[in-house]
Design a protein around this ligand. Sequence first.
Ligand SMILES: Cc1cc2nc3c(=O)[nH]c(=O)nc-3n(C[C@H](O)[C@H](O)[C@H](O)COP(=O)(O)OP(=O)(O)OC[C@H]3O[C@@H](n4cnc5c(N)ncnc54)[C@H](O)[C@@H]3O)c2cc1C
Length: 373
Amino acid sequence: MIVVGAGIIGCSVARELARRKLRVLVLDRQEPGKEASWAAAGMLTPAAESAEALPLVHLARASFALYNEFVRQVEQTTGRTIDYRRDGALEVFFGEGAEERRAAWMALFRDSAFQPKPLDAVELRRMEPALAADAAAGALLTDEGAVDNRQLSAAVAEAAQREGAELRTGVEVARIDCESGRTKGIETRQGRISAKHVVMAAGSYSTQIRGAERYAPTIPARGQMVALRPASRSFGMPVRRVVRGPAYLVPRADGRLLVGATVEYAGFEKAVTPGGIGRLLTDAVRMIPELAAAPIVETWSGLRPDTPDHLPVLGPVDVEGLWFATGHFRNGILLAPATARALGEWITEGKTSLPVEPFSAMRFANRAQTVAR
Ligand SMILES: Cc1cc2nc3c(=O)[nH]c(=O)nc-3n(C[C@H](O)[C@H](O)[C@H](O)COP(=O)(O)OP(=O)(O)OC[C@H]3O[C@@H](n4cnc5c(N)ncnc54)[C@H](O)[C@@H]3O)c2cc1C
């Protein structure tokens, strides 16, 4: 069994398959977990962030429910400690019209199991005293958390290997090898590797692998990020939990405060730009004025694996032995445990108990066929 890609998704799937006693070889052209899984903010947000993310909610909730156990097991297998918290998130609306904007945002949750708790300006300031004076309306989402995705991705890669998976880096996969509707393996720049099963988990780059693009036409969505180190000043970390407004702020146990993120369609270009980073800094200071004095410690960007309908591509296709686990766009860190469970069940039991119907890996190939006719 070959897994292509050693990001959080490929490594979580490999770990699950190894735990189910399959022989697993994970291939990556670089060190594991150094693409989107490294660049992310690590928010665990099972509630839909927009109307188009609504189909994700059931799977996202299932994944959030698996998270405690997932992190605990990975920590136990590797002996590592992962910065992981489940203390909710605040959505904050600033300035004029804040209450109307909150009402429009709350409407997203009308039919959902998530009921954000509305907060007025006084309650908001009690929870987060450093907020700007015009933080006028807000809401608390209790079922949320955050994880240090760099720590987690590295730990899951190690856990997969400790469970028996083999990881080979420096291997660039060029093509899926199939014959008469069956998977035969993959072709790399260095030669062929045979396998009866291949799981494609190459993130944004899935679309560049021949034979994968018709099922997973992934589109890179660049996200620029900045890290500040406010804890180096006497007042300490100015927010206690994830706070979202014009930007989002994610506190880390190591004293960094992450500010994110742009969403840009700039091809595979991973530069950070004055426009992108400048806007994030302006938004962060707009939310928490004292951040104006916080040292900037890092800037970076990464490519979210988006798809034409912004939903993941999961499961089997019309080529026997070929599986997909990609296109997780803005939620791959959150969705890793459920994706791994779903692929593990599918591959070893023939079906999955998880709510994956909207994410069929055949949907783009089917649409292309219909258009061609
Ligand atoms: C700025 C930013 C913020 C984000 N914030 C969040 C968040 O708060 N919460 C959340 O849940 N998600 C977030 N995400 C999304 C999340 O990071 C992704 O959905 C997730 O990391 C996707 O994981 P992956 O393993 O599929 O892809 P990747 O991590 O990109 O891994 C793909 C792997 O495939 C390898 N690869 C590619 N092509 C080949 C090839 N031809 N041969 C061999 N190997 C190959 C790559 O080297 C890479 O290691 C964010 C993303 C970004 C960029």
